[in-house]
Design a protein around this ligand. Sequence first.
Ligand code: 5GP
Ligand code: ZN
Length: 112
Amino acid sequence: MTDCLFCKMVAGEIQPDIVYEDEQVLAFRDINPKAPTHILVIPKQHIATLNDLQDKELAGYLLQTVAQIAAIEGIAETGYRTVINCNNEGGQEVYHLHLHLLGGRPMAWPAG
Ligand code: 5GP
Ligand code: ZN
């Protein structure tokens, strides 16, 4: 999608701080981090929200990739949180599916 911020990153038109990339996913640091480690993991294919995710293999791949990046970032053992905000009341601001990977500090619960 030409007017999607994250699709522009996938296309290389905008260059985020990339931490991991392969054929299916791109992962980059959040511009406004909410924790010492705050990475967004996105499918390269444009999928607007979690409600639109049909591909179960891709769903699993995204989750496994988050765990791998947590290990690379050195937060797998101390712990981390992964979040998917969906639609308005879920707090979604960018309508290209993304998983937040947050770590490097203790997390409160319940989330706000
Ligand atoms: P959402 O609220 O949709 O779940 O999360 C969107 C996230 O994208 C936010 O945490 C926000 O800081 C991040 N974000 C928005 N614009 C940019 C950008 O241009 N670059 C990067 N790296 N992150 C962005
Ligand atoms: Zn997109």
